[in-house]
Design a protein around this ligand. Structure first.
Ligand SMILES: *Cc1c(COP(=O)(O)O)cnc(C)c1O
Length: 396
C-alpha cells in the first residue's frame, strides 16, 4: 500500500458533492473525506478511481463483499417478478427466509418477525418481552441491559420485575468488547430463575462474523471459560438480526423460540416493508452463499491469524495497548484517544477502518478476505500508526 495521498485528489473530484450535500442534507453525519462510486469484493472505488481495501464493510453489513453477483441477480429477478405486496398477503421468499433462520440457529421451533433495521428488530423483541412479562405478572415489564462496566454479580440481584435480559456477545459499537462466557451463563441462569427472556442482540455478531453462525453458539470472552466448561448450555430465547442479513439491503429480524413465541398474536406487531420479497430474496441468497462457500469457518480461519498479527502489533508498537475481538470482528486499543487520526491516516493509504471509541479502531472485513488481504490491512494499519506518530495532524 503506497502512501499516495490521493484523498486530496478525491476531495477535489468531490468538491461538488460536498457542496451539494451541504445545501440539501441536514448535517447529521460527520463524513470521512471520500465519496465511493462502486465496489467489488473487498474493494471500494472512490469517485477519482482509487481502490480502497474495505475493512469496515458498511458497518459489518457487506459480509459477502460489494456488488456480489448472485445477490445482485436475486434482487433483480425478484424485483422483476414481484417487489412488494405488504404483509396483508403470503409471500414465499419471506417464509423461506424464516426457515433458513430456523436451520442456521438450530431452532426448529424458532419463529421470525421481519423489520427493516437492527433498531426495529430490537424494538420488536422489546415489545415481545414486555408482553411475555405481562402475561406472567402485570408489573413484569423491566428490562436489564448491560452497560460497559458490567459484572456478573449484577445478575444475582435482579428483581422479579424483569421481563428480559438484553446483551451482545461482543459489544460492537461500544468498542468491540467480548462478553465473558461465565456472564452469558449467569444471564441464562438468572433468566431461568425469574422466568425472564434472554435476548441476544446479534445484529452485528450474527451470520458468521465471529466465526460461528451466531455469537452465542461459541465460547466467548477473555476469561477462557466456555459456557460448556461452566456446565451450562447457553441459548437465548430471542435473537435480533439485521446488518449482514441481506448484504446491504435494509432488513431486520427477530427470532423467538419456545414460550416466547406465544407472546405475539395476530395484530400485535406489523411493518409495511418488513420481510418484503426483494430483501428476502437477497437474504436467502446471502445465507445460501455463506453455506455453500463455507464462510462461517472462513471467518474463524481468517480471524485467527489476523488477531495474532494484531496481538503482535500490540507488543511491538508503543501506541497500541491491546487487540481484542473474535473472528473477523477485531479492534486495536490505542494508548491515546487518537483513533480518528489513525483512521484518517489509513484512509490516505487506501485502507478503510473506523473508530468505535476515541481510542479504539475496529476491523470488520468482509468474510471473503484471504490472508494476504488481512496481512495487507495490518501493514496499512501499522504504517498509519507510524504516520500519526511522526506527523501529528491537526484535528478538525
Ligand atoms: C448496528 C446495531 C444496531 C442498530 O441497527 P440499525 O440497523 O442501525 O438500526 C443494534 N444493535 C447492534 C448490536 C448493532 O451493531
Amino acid at each position: 500500500m503506497s502512501p499516495s495521498r490521493t484523498t486530496a485528489a478525491t476531495d477535489a473530484a468531490d468538491g461538488q458533492l460536498v457542496a451539494r450535500e451541504a445545501a440539501a442534507l441536514l448535517p447529521t453525519y460527520g463524513r470521512q473525506p471520500v465519496a465511493f462510486a462502486s465496489g467489488h469484493g473487498p474493494w471500494l472505488v472512490d469517485t477519482a478511481g482509487n481502490e480502497h481495501l474495505d475493512f469496515v464493510s458498511g458497518l459489518a453489513v457487506t459480509n459477502l463483499g460489494h456488488a456480489h453477483p448472485e445477490v445482485a441477480d436475486a434482487v433483480a429477478e425478484q424485483a422483476r417478478r414481484l417487489a412488494h405486496t405488504s404483509n396483508l398477503y403470503y409471500t414465499e421468499p419471506q417464509i423461506a427466509l424464516a426457515e433458513r433462520l430456523q436451520a442456521t440457529l438450530g431452532w426448529p421451533d424458532g419463529q421470525a418477525f421481519f423489520a427493516n433495521s437492527g433498531a426495529e428488530a430490537n424494538e420488536a423483541a422489546l415489545k415481545l418481552a414486555r408482553r411475555y412479562g405481562k402475561s406472567r405478572d402485570d408489573a413484569k415489564v423491566r428490562v436489564v441491559a448491560l452497560s460497559g462496566g458490567f459484572h456478573g454479580r449484577t445478575l444475582a440481584t435482579l428483581a422479579a420485575t424483569v421481563c428480559a435480559v438484553w446483551l451482545e456477545v461482543v459489544q460492537g459499537e461500544a468498542g468491540v468488547r467480548p462478553l465473558r462466557a461465565d456472564v452469558l451463563a449467569a444471564a441464562r441462569a438468572a433468566c431461568d430463575r425469574h422466568d425472564a427472556l434472554l435476548v441476544v442482540d446479534e445484529v452485528q455478531t450474527g451470520l458468521g462474523r465471529l466465526g460461528s453462525w451466531y455469537g452465542f453458539q461459541q465460547p466467548v470472552g477473555e476469561s477462557g471459560v466456555t459456557p460448556e466448561a461452566a456446565g451450562e448450555r447457553v441459548a437465548p430465547d430471542v435473537v435480533c438480526l439485521a446488518k449482514a442479513l441481506a448484504n446491504g439491503l435494509p432488513i431486520g429480524a427477530m427470532v423467538a423460540r419456545g414460550e416466547a413465541t406465544k407472546a405475539f398474536g395476530p395484530g400485535d406487531h406489523a411493518s409495511t416493508f418488513g420481510g418484503q420479497p426483494v430483501v428476502c430474496a437477497a437474504a436467502n441468497t446471502v445465507i445460501d452463499v455463506i453455506q455453500r462457500d463455507g464462510l462461517v469457518a472462513a471467518a474463524a480461519e481468517r480471524g485467527a491469524p489476523l488477531r495474532a498479527r494484531l496481538d503482535r502489533l500490540a507488543v511491538d508498537h508503543d501506541d497500541v495497548v491491546a487487540a481484542r475481538g473474535q473472528g473477523l470482528l477485531q479492534a486495536l486499543v490505542l494508548a491515546d484517544a487518537r483513533a480518528e487520526e489513525v483512521v484518517a491516516a489509513a484512509l490516505d493509504r487506501h485502507l478503510i477502518v473506523n473508530a468505535v471509541a476515541p481510542g479504539v479502531v475496529r476491523l470488520s472485513p468482509p468474510l471473503i478476505v484471504d490472508e494476504s488481504l488481512t496481512d495487507r490491512a495490518v501493514e496499512g494499519l501499522t504504517a498509519a500508526l507510524d504516520d500519526v506518530r511522526h506527523e501529528p495532524r491537526a484535528r478538525g
